[in-house]
Design a protein around this ligand. Sequence first.
Ligand code: ADP
Ligand code: MG
Length: 625
Amino acid sequence: MSKKHKKMLARILLSALFLAAALLLNTEGYWRLAAYLVPYLIIGWDVLWRAVRNILHGQVFDENFLMALATAGAFATGEYPEAVAVMLFYQVGELFQSYAVGRSRQSIASLMDIRPDYANLEQNGELIKTDPDEISVGQTIVVKAGEKIPLDGVVLEGASNIDTAALTGESLPRAVQPGDDVISGCINQNGLLRVRVTKAFGESTVSKILDLVENSSSKKAKAENFISKFARYYTPAVVLSAVLLAVLPPLVLGGAWGEWLHRALIFLVISCPCALVISVPLSFFGGIGGASRQGILVKGGNYLESLAQAEIVVFDKTGTLTKGVFNVTAIHPGHISEAKLLELAALAESYSDHPISRSLKEAYGPTPDTSRVSDVEELSGHGVRVKIDGDAVCVGNDKLMEEIGVKWHPCHHVGTTVHVAVNGDYAGHIVISDEEKPDAKKAVAALKALGVKKTVMLTGDSRAVGESVGARLGLDEVDAELLPAGKVERVEQLLAQKSKNGKLVFVGDGINDAPVLSRSDIGIAMGAMGSDAAIEAADIVLMDDQPSKIASAIRISQKTRRIVYQNIVFALAVKLLVLVLGALGYANMWEAVFADVGVSVLAILNAMRALKSPPANQPQNPDTP
Ligand code: ADP
Ligand code: MG
């Protein structure tokens, strides 16, 4: 409990004590009024103050106003204990709400308990505890066993297992050794690591994630906007109804003024829309928190809300459904040696980050000597064009060869063919092949089970490769040999095909698919550990690269929506019922208070369920509904 909460609790107890004393004293006249005013003011001064302040600012109708009006009215009609009790229970409800919000915020914070406090900076052979913010790129830090990795970097020395659970939800630790990248926010489990920092703290993964989580509540879901709009019209409508209820029956039917005024006050107490106003945002908040526990970062309630309506899911191939780690399966040089061909390819790719480049460099072995390489041009969807030792070298697919007018040879091997041309002459090709991710097929099936109507794969790779992957994974449609602009066009066609409320989700790895990520209704980037581009371009970010997390995200979205609708229906139904009873004179002030606080508490408890994620990949078991 925070200090603010403790202070509130103290006020509640003190006020309750004075209320009990006033009830026991049972005095008469002004003494009686004074005896009840003490607990009333102790508990309600801030509500009264806020009501007055809002009126001065021209924003009359809010819950403070409702409470102030109802309790002041109760005092005016001599119902002192009721007036105090209404305020008291209202504040109990408020405390509960604020506590619940704090709890879920805290649990996001602790799930995301990744903010490092310090880094051990190595300077002249000594370790200095330093604020991560003050460490610059290129400096060396030491991470001891059990410590959080404070900044993104590369391991210089040492081997260890890294616990990435806080970021990915993945419980298996990852082994790292010299040369491997480490990501801030993970825990170093056993070995001692010397790490060269590659990103300043502000640019580190941990800062990006914290920013994302902190800003996620500013993007409101439709249901949240609906509720705030609703409250804007609802409160004045309620006050107006209360006035009519107080005035009309006595005038028209000749009822007793006191009796109808009393009913109008009860009506006001019941009508407080607190339950809705708080529980809807709280549910989305909880859903976002529960998702982040699994390494799924959602940038706003709006995305979590609409993900449940996913109708078409479009995947990028390389790095998304496949591992993006190619093995060289054949090297077919023309007039040069195999080693020379591979060297040319690796040199040409030395500045590129494309999965194909990384794999070719890996196959080549030693770090390419970049001083031989100049005039680098990366041609997206085609390949690369560079100068090596002054020779013009092009490395890429059939399309690239066509474009530069080089006669290329097709290959009988199935796989992605990378051609190499030197000074306009064909030098041969390298065939590489990728593997599907182990959970890719299951992920596609899970999406179907969750109601996704169509799954599509878009790829810049050759038709043969695309179609064989698509058939093995069970995708409905495959579009191959697409340039980045072609992918956008295809997504636009698919957007036109979907139903009015259906959503198109695009899943990519964030490398050269930013345009499609932003064009789709919901863009999901995976494998975001260490890739800022992905974190920035997408609406939902999967920290690890398992396609099955997409289904988990949809499951969380559907659960959150269910909770939100349950709360809206339940709160409105109970309110309506008690409002009618109150107007008819069947509910008194006490029942009104309990209905209000009770509905709030139940709705909040229900909302807190959103924080607990539904289990991933739950087998369909008829015994456990
Ligand atoms: P994907 O849709 O599979 O992610 P890209 O649009 O990134 O594919 O690339 C499409 C095709 O362009 C690749 O299959 C490859 O043939 C070629 N290509 C792209 N970048 C490179 C590169 N750096 N080196 C060689 N070929 C490349
Ligand atoms: Mg790609």
